[in-house]
Design a binder for this molecule. Structure first.
Ligand code: ZN
Ligand code: ZN
Length: 339
């Protein structure tokens, strides 16, 4: 069967790989149908992702169909449509013992450290499949992106009525905003790109979608009833933005970093000490985020319609990938139609 491999930065190749073997105990053979492209894939393509190894079959945002189940697998059956939780945890390190499986010390993310879903069929651990009888493969492939935002909002402990600033309106920022709204908090979003802000206003119904001006503190107070935001979630991955964000929280405020940088984040301590701030990081997501999001999409509380802006046939990935990642393409989420 065919697979798409990233041979080295900026070079995809279609390869022929052997058929997958039958699933062993606790394993499932799945057919890949839809695969979302996200920032991790783009960084891997550009050679800017520190954890990405080459050559690699990418693909971690997946909607799959169960083809065969191994011994002892009971929660999915042949024909089921599933979302894939792509974080393979070990189950016996200290983090896993604490239930923090998203921080597993031997974590392997499929499509990043091990081969992912841009291939016809593959074997996966049954516990990493989250089935839904209602959702389409595209919707199932969107669940992982949403889960990142869901986990970040959980980390920030965002409560009803609180003012919550999301910095960066890329896919992770947008996913975060979705859950800020679901919590009944008051969202504010900052981005430099006017078209992204327009998307937040027009498609997500967010009133306060702003480009930062010279006096950001006053600008934020003006849309948070006179105080700074209770929670600030930085989804930019920019050390400049992240460093500035320490000065943007209300007294007792929480600052969450969901974006990732390899640069240095710096802040003047009194700026964060004065409001008695709390800094949190948000890494990946937890199994329950996947299950919850599937229920919310099924019930209509999350509308996936605005999300998917581009669709790419499997055979055209090498040609179209460089196009859809250009800012001018205005991509929110591109889906590869694997089969
Ligand atoms: Zn992703
Ligand atoms: Zn572990």
């Amino acid at each position: 069967m065919q697979a798409i491999q990233l041979v080295e930065p900026e070079k995809f190749r279609t390869i022929e790989i052997p058929e997958a073997s039958p699933p062993g105990p606790g394993e499932v053979l799945v057919r890949s149908h839809q695969c979302g492209i996200c920032g991790t894939d783009i960084s891997g393509y550009l050679g800017k992702m520190p954890f990405f190894e080459y050559p690699r079959i990418p693909g971690h945002e997946l909607g799959v169909e169960v083809v065969a189940v191994g011994e002892g697998v009971t929660h999915v059956a042949v024909g089921d449509r599933c979302s894939v939780e792509p974080y393979m945890h070990c189950g016996d390190c200290y983090a896993c013992g604490q239930g923090a499986i998203n921080c597993c010390e031997r974590l392997q993310v499929i499509g990043v450290m091990i081969d992912g879903g841009l291939r016809g069929e593959f074997i996966i651990r049954a516990d990493k499949l989250h089935p839904s009888a209602k959702l389409s493969f595209e919707q199932l492939a969107l669940v992982e992106t949403l889960a990142i935002g869901c986990h970040a909002v959980d980390r920030g402990g965002v409560r009803e009525g609180e003012a919550c600033l999301v910095i960066g309106a890329g896919p992770i920022g947008l996913a975060t905003l979705e859950f800020v709204q679901l919590r009944g908090a008051r969202p504010v979003v900052l981005d430099l790109d006017e078209q992204r802000l327009a998307f937040c206003r027009d498609r997500l119904g967010i009133e306060h979608a702003l480009a930062p001006n010279d006096d950001l503190v006053e600008q934020l107070k003006a849309c948070c009833e006179g105080h700074l935001p209770d929670v600030v979630i930085d989804a930019t991955g920019s050390e400049i933005s992240m460093s500035k964000s320490f000065s943007l929280i209300a007294p007792k405020g929480r600052l969450v970093f969901v974006g990732l940088t390899t640069g240095e984040v710096v802040f003047r301590h009194p700026v964060f000490h004065r409001p008695e701030g709390t800094l949190l990081c948000s890494r990946n997501a937890l199994p329950n985020d996947f299950r919850q999001i599937i229920r919310w999409i099924e019930s209509g509380r999350i509308d996936t319609e605005p999300w998917i802006t581009h669709r790419i046939p499997f055979a055209e990935v090498a040609d179209q990938f460089p196009q859809i990642i250009r800012p001018a393409a205005r991509t929110i989420k591109a889906m590869i139609q694997v089969s």
